[in-house]
Design a protein around this ligand. Structure first.
Ligand code: F0G
Length: 459
């Protein structure tokens, strides 16, 4: 990297701006109560800094907006599709490219014919929609992260790795023929946006090939993972990130992508794979629910913007700024006495609410309690990744999640350093009065993806 200065600057200037949603404390109290203490139901114009997700929230570049005008809106065989297909093939080396409207459509399509009762899918960690789509099919989803992933203070560089010993044991236990695929989620969103090392991808591929199980990458954040390999793994420091990304994909038989992350678009996704039979089954399902195989639930212009975004994301000046700005927020929170998952990873900072609010038990949703406090105090919207998202049952038969996290996801190219300084200042205030914060109770729950729709009330 040629940048010789201490200050890592935003590698863009701003052409279009939007106002932030300033509110009074009283307005926020009302908005939160109206939302059933679930910030998914707070109107966005009542949010000041929106760190709910990095998904679909990127600012597109001038070149992406220009690409929209080049969109070919032909129903079949659009020029935009072929441009998109070439970009994905060049990046992944995979032949069959199937566009979908977003990541979970890729999951639903694949598990409609690969899932089902008796099947088991193994991963470093499934994200919520992936797990839900597998389970809805009747199959089981099992997470096998390395043990240090659960030690949030452990400074290990690749806590996104899958535990290869447990992987072999699980394959033997469930039987290779019942395992349609092994998934590596890069980076691991459920456990801190932590990267997966190239060595782990290679080792996993070797095990998979021994048992003839396809390896898939859930590659929503592949570029952030590739950049973290460059920074943290021996032998990659001088390799271009594009090459590192290509090498990552070279070990996989397929991938599914929510393009709303590292393709820098507001909507889009794809499946890419080599197996012609699976591609045929996927296209059959695609036509039923998404659209013709050359547009898959998107407009031609969306395919153009994705193709352009997949190029821009590999810009190393951008990735240096991106990873540094996440680390900057993490450093600020640590300084304020807020426990976070360290080291910081790709797309956001994860606060360990179990430690921060040790006096609130899991069945009173400490993560969600912190999410609500953040909103009430600073108009900041975050997301709980804990018992509201992954816990099961309630009251008597409540099984908590293994972690109680609050994710502060940073939208790409949207906020500047002063926004982040403000977030740190709000946390500093919260840290001083954390012992007076109280938990919540679940008023209305849902069987799948509870956190999106649940209603809660303060205790
Ligand atoms: N896989 C991963 C790793 C994800 O993070 C997501 C979405 C999906 C698949 C599903 O993609 O939203 O396009 O349907 N994650 C978002 C988030 C929602 O906030 O982390 P989608």
């Amino acid at each position: 990297m040629s940048w010789p200065w201490q200050t890592i600057i935003e590698p863009f200037k701003i052409k279009t701006v939007e106002p932030l949603g300033f509110t009074t404390r009283a307005e926020r109290e009302k908005a939160l109560a109206d939302a059933g203490y679930n910030v998914f139901h707070v109107p966005a114009d009542k949010v000041l800094i929106d760190l709910l997700t990095d998904s679909g929230t990127s600012a597109m570049s001038a070149e992406q907006w220009a690409a929209l005008m080049r969109g070919d809106e032909s129903y079949a065989g659009a020029r935009s599709f072929f441009r998109f297909e070439k970009t994905v093939r060049d990046l992944t080396g995979l032949r069959e490219v199937i566009p979908v409207h977003q990541g979970r459509a890729a999951e639903r399509i694949l598990f409609s014919f690969l899932g089902g009762p008796g099947k088991t899918v193994l991963a470093n960690a499934h994200f919520d929609t992936t797990r839900a789509n597998i389970e809805v099919s009747g199959a089981k989803a099992i997470d096998l992260p390395v043990p240090e992933a659960w030690d949030f203070q452990n400074p290990s560089p690749f806590k996104g790795d899958i535990d290869t010993r447990q992987l072999e044991a699980a394959i033997q236990e469930h039987g290779a023929k019942n395992i349609p695929m092994v998934i590596l989620t890069v980076t691991n969103n459920a456990l801190g946006g932590q990267p997966v090392s190239m060595r782990n991808i290679r080792d996993t591929a070797e095990i998979c090939s021994q048992y003839r199980i396809p390896l898939f990458l859930d590659c929503a954040r592949f570029a952030e993972n590739a950049y973290l390999i460059k920074r943290r793994e021996r032998g990659y420091a001088t390799r271009p990130v594009r090459d590192i990304a290509r090498e990552m994909f070279s070990y996989a038989q397929g991938c599914m992508m929510s393009a709303k992350k590292d393709a820098l678009v507001n909507i889009g996704g794809f499946v890419a794979l080599n197996d012609a039979e699976w591609a045929k089954a996927a296209r059959q399902e695609l036509i039923l629910g998404e659209g013709f195989p050359t547009y898959g639930g998107l407009a031609g212009r969306d395919l153009e913007a994705m193709a352009r975004g997949l190029e821009e994301i590999l810009d190393e000046e951008y990735l240096q700024y991106r990873i540094r700005s996440v680390e900057y927020l993490g450093d600020g929170l640590k300084d304020a006495g807020v426990p976070i998952i360290t080291p910081t990873g790709g797309h956001g900072v994860y606060v360990d609410a179990k430690r921060f609010l040790g006096h609130i038990p899991p069945n009173q949703y400490p993560g969600q309690a912190l999410v609500c406090e953040l909103y009430l105090t600073g108009g900041i919207r975050a997301v709980e990744i804990g018992s509201l998202m992954f816990g099961r049952g309630r009251n008597g038969d409540f099984t908590p999640a293994k972690m109680e996290l609050v994710r502060l996801a940073i939208p790409r190219r949207v906020y500047t350093q002063s926004h982040i300084d403000y977030v740190i200042e709000v946390f500093r205030e919260l840290a001083q009065r954390k012992d007076s914060m109280r938990g919540l109770k679940l008023v209305e729950g849902f069987e799948h993806l509870n956190h999106f729709m649940a209603k809660l009330a303060p205790l």
